[in-house]
Design a binder for this molecule. Structure first.
Ligand SMILES: Nc1nc2c(ncn2[C@@H]2O[C@H](COP(=O)(O)OP(=O)(O)OP(=O)(O)O)[C@@H](O)[C@H]2O)c(=O)[nH]1
Ligand SMILES: [Mg+2]
Length: 367
């Protein structure tokens, strides 16, 4: 609610908008965790009982110590993360950046987050390889002592490590707007969207498929107006990327017309171009930000996109993967799962089946 005690979907027409007849039902429990590093115990406790997490980054502050700590905790707990790039309004209103500069800022924030994920991934892979190599080396040494062969050189081990890293597909571990695990937002103004949300909005307007737009709306693509085609290489050809032309320029215009100029005629025209009808009482508000929020709430409401991304990305509890269950039982990596007593190992199946613990299990439980 970003500090406001106001229920946004209070009007019948707004409530109607979201009552999709073929919508599936979802039950979602949300735990809010404190951001301050002093309370990190609470974050790791929360992560152990969650199937996904929403990591919110302030696009002005960028990646801070708390962000890194939260990302690391989520990584270790093997919880499926969603990244929210929040406070984008500040780039328009306070920083007064151009859409092109905002695009750069968002790209850089995303890169900062992914660079840290890359570090987590690499250090884990190296630690695993190190452990395997240690075991290999030990058995090699035994053999070598027997056969008096030369010892494996350090150089060779190093080469093996890095070549191993290259071989591993790490593409699934990063945040990427085109793959749907990133949400762009301004919580204070009540708007938010994923690339797929915007592709949906633009598809009929531009005459491209939702699929094609989802793949190209974030990347280095531009619209070749003459040929009516989406083409790669916006940067090298000094063209505006699609995200700038069709997303950020629209948002920029809205902020300008609603907050800076506040011209009624312009506001109505803008709303109409987005297929939104603003009521007179909304347009006449003295608090311009409230009018702006009414527009956003009908156009790209944060609640809708946030719930959708959670449903898309976060697995259902019964879809928990084996590795995560093993981590629950071993307490991360302090013990090997297969070194645990058999009865304890059998708990894994109960976890995978989401089977509640029965009182008759008591006799079997050797944890
Ligand atoms: N401009 C702007 N301010 C925001 C936005 N979202 C939150 N804020 C402000 O940022 C401040 C912190 O918001 P909180 O919701 O308390 O953030 P938090 O991450 O829960 O903070 P902790 O619980 O202390 O970790 C408040 O003053 C909010 O009004 C946004 O999208 N834009
Ligand atoms: Mg909070």
């Amino acid at each position: 609610m970003a500090g406001k005690l106001r229920y946004m979907d209070s009007r019948p027409d707004e409530q109607q908008r979201d009552s999709d007849s073929d919508a599936k039902n979802h039950l979602i429990n949300v735990i809010d965790s404190p951001g301050h590093v002093d309370f990190f115990g609470e974050v790791s406790t929360a992560l152990r009982i969650c199937d996904g997490c929403i990591i919110i980054v302030d696009v002005i502050e960028g990646v801070c110590a708390q962000t890194r700590a939260a990302l690391q905790q989520a990584w270790l707990a093997r919880v499926r993360p969603i990244l929210v790039l929040n406070k984008i309004d500040r780039l328009f209103v306070e920083k007064k950046l151009s859409p092109l500069d905002i695009h750069i800022q968002l790209t850089q924030t995303l890169e900062q987050v992914n660079a840290f994920i890359g570090e987590l991934f690499a250090s884990e892979v190296l630690a695993k390889m190190n452990a395997t190599l240690d075991e290999q080396q030990k058995s090699d040494e035994k053999r070598q002592q027997a056969t008096t062969e030369k010892q494996m050189s350090k150089k060779q081990i190093f080469y093996d490590w890095s070549s191993g890293l290259d071989d591993i597909d790490d593409s699934g571990v990063y945040f990427s707007p085109e793959n749907g695990n990133v949400l762009f937002a301004s919580a204070i103004d009540g708007w938010g969207f994923t690339i797929a949300d915007f592709a949906q909005i633009l598809s009929t307007k531009l005459g491209f498929s939702v699929n094609a737009l989802t793949k190209t709306l974030w990347g280095d693509y531009y619209l070749n107006v003459r040929e009516k085609r989406i083409q790669k290489g916006a940067q090298s050809k000094a063209k505006k990327p699609l995200f700038v032309t069709f997303v950020l320029e629209n948002l920029s215009k809205i902020y300008e017309k609603f907050l800076i100029k506040h011209d009624k005629f312009e506001m109505i025209k803008m709303a109409q171009s987005l297929d939104i009808t603003l009521e007179t009482r909304d347009i006449d508000r003295t608090d311009h930000r409230q009018t702006l929020m009414q527009l956003f709430n009908q156009w790209i409401p944060l609640s809708r996109s946030l719930l959708r991304i959670v449903c898309d990305i976060v697995p259902a509890p019964c879809d928990i993967n084996e590795e995560r269950v093993e981590r629950f039982i071993t307490g991360n990596q302090t013990r090997r799962f297969d070194s645990l007593p058999l009865q304890t190992q059998l708990l894994k199946r109960a976890f995978l089946e989401c089977r509640p613990r029965k009182s008759s299990d008591d006799n079997d439980n050797h944890m």
